[in-house]
Write a protein that binds this ligand. Structure first.
Ligand SMILES: O=C(O)CCC(=O)C1=CC=C[C@@H](O)[C@@H]1C(=O)O
Ligand SMILES: [Mg+2]
Length: 370
């Protein structure tokens, strides 16, 4: 692959409805789309960093800086890329900044698959033609409001529901869903809102048979999570705590997690996601695909990676219309009657960004020539 130019876009899209989690209420999604151009193809990647540092430390502005001043010059320092995995070592001496790295990693994977005329899922080693998805629901004002939202998504066909929790808005909300909807696949995501002092509360959740509790404790912890996991039947899932294969290895060794939410952006791209997938598979730890309230470009990459065999829980990869009046890709992501998304058979990501919408949602653009 000989890269000729890279186009970065700062983009913003407004959610159909605001999304509340323990750390913020989000009304719009800021992101950076990266287009990598070769003579014959364009590869697309998405840096999913938010416009605030409350989920992780990166923001759209920090990612723009790292992309433009460090990662892109490094990429241009190589005459040719023969495999996307080369970016993993090329970028390894730049610490963290995983979401910035992910934008380029994903775009190069897309290019690689397009040059070989194969779907991205196949290039990654995917084995599924359909993937199972679920819906993630933000914090609601009352259990009754939550039940109404859950009901709407169940009617749309979703079978796995993840609800966001925070202190004071947790067990009663979960119990209300169990009472009303019975044995559905139900889980909770705390985004680090609790500490070990809340251990009794988590023990009370055990009889609810949640498929997992996601990131209950601190965003940078794997020690206290191990202590909590040791007294719970319910699976703990780590999200914020896992940024790399090494993080995953240590968490597995300590017993801090029984599943990992792999967000492609959080771990630095598809190569890292695949490595974490393989490590977990070797330890019989199932993984699943998380989301960053994504637009179509990141969602396309998520669909491809979730086709790998050890992605064994439904992902946060719902239909485009879960978030957007109109997504930026064609076709939009849709679910079938079993809440499954078809893995594209076309070359590369298998979805086309719509030029007019890409322009409409762009508020800053930069073209960088080799
Ligand atoms: O639908 C999705 O993309 C998942 C949404 C979701 O749960 C999250 C998105 C972004 C940050 C977090 O709040 C959260 C998560 O932690 O998984
Ligand atoms: Mg999470």
């Amino acid at each position: 692959m000989k890269i000729e130019k890279i186009v970065l876009r700062k983009m913003k899209m407004t959610f159909k409805t605001p999304f509340q989690v323990s750390f913020a209420t989000m009304r719009e999604k800021h992101f950076i789309a990266a287009e990598i151009h070769t003579k014959d193809h364009i590869g697309y990647g998405d840096c999913s960093a938010f416009d605030h540092p409350y989920y992780n430390e990166e923001t759209t502005t920090t990612a723009w800086h790292i992309l433009q001043d460090f990662l892109i010059p490094l990429l241009f320092s190589k005459d040719e890329i023969s495999h996307p995995e080369e970016l993993y070592s090329l970028f390894s001496h730049i610490r963290r900044n995983k979401m910035a790295k992910s934008a380029l990693d994903c775009a190069v994977w897309d290019l690689y698959a397009k040059e070989r005329n194969i779907p991205l899922s196949k290039a990654l080693g995917g084995t599924r033609s359909k993937i199972e998805t679920g819906v993630s629901i933000g914090i609601q004002n009352s259990p009754d409001d939550l039940l109404r939202v859950v009901e709407k998504y169940m009617e749309e066909g979703y079978r796995r529901v993840k609800i966001k929790i925070k202190p004071g808005k947790d067990i009663k909300y979960l119990e209300a869903i169990r009472k009303r909807f019975g044995d559905i696949m139900l889980m909770a995501d705390a985004n680090s809102a609790y500490t070990l002092k809340d251990i009794e509360l988590f023990k009370e959740m055990d009889p609810l048979n949640l498929i997992m509790i996601e990131q209950p404790l601190a965003h940078d912890d794997i020690v206290d999570h191990a202590k909590l996991q040791a007294v719970l039947k319910t699976r703990i899932c780590l999200d914020e705590s896992i940024h790399s294969v090494e993080d995953a290895r240590k968490a597995i060794e300590l017993g801090s997690t029984k599943t990992i939410n792999i967000k492609v952006a959080r771990v630095g791209g598809l190569t890292a996601a695949k490595k974490i997938h393989d490590l977990c598979q070797a330890h019989d730890i199932p993984v699943w695909c998380g989301g960053m309230l994504d637009t179509g470009i990141a969602r396309a990459h998520n669909v491809a990676i979730a086709s790998l065999p050890n992605y064994r829980f439904p992902g946060d990869i719902p239909a485009s219309n879960r978030y957007w009046n109109q997504d930026v890709i064609s076709p939009e992501v849709t679910i079938d009657e079993k809440a499954m998304v078809a893995v594209p058979e076309k070359a590369g990501i298998g979805f086309e960004p719509i030029p007019e919408l890409m322009e409409r949602f762009t508020y800053e653009k930069k073209q960088i020539l080799r």
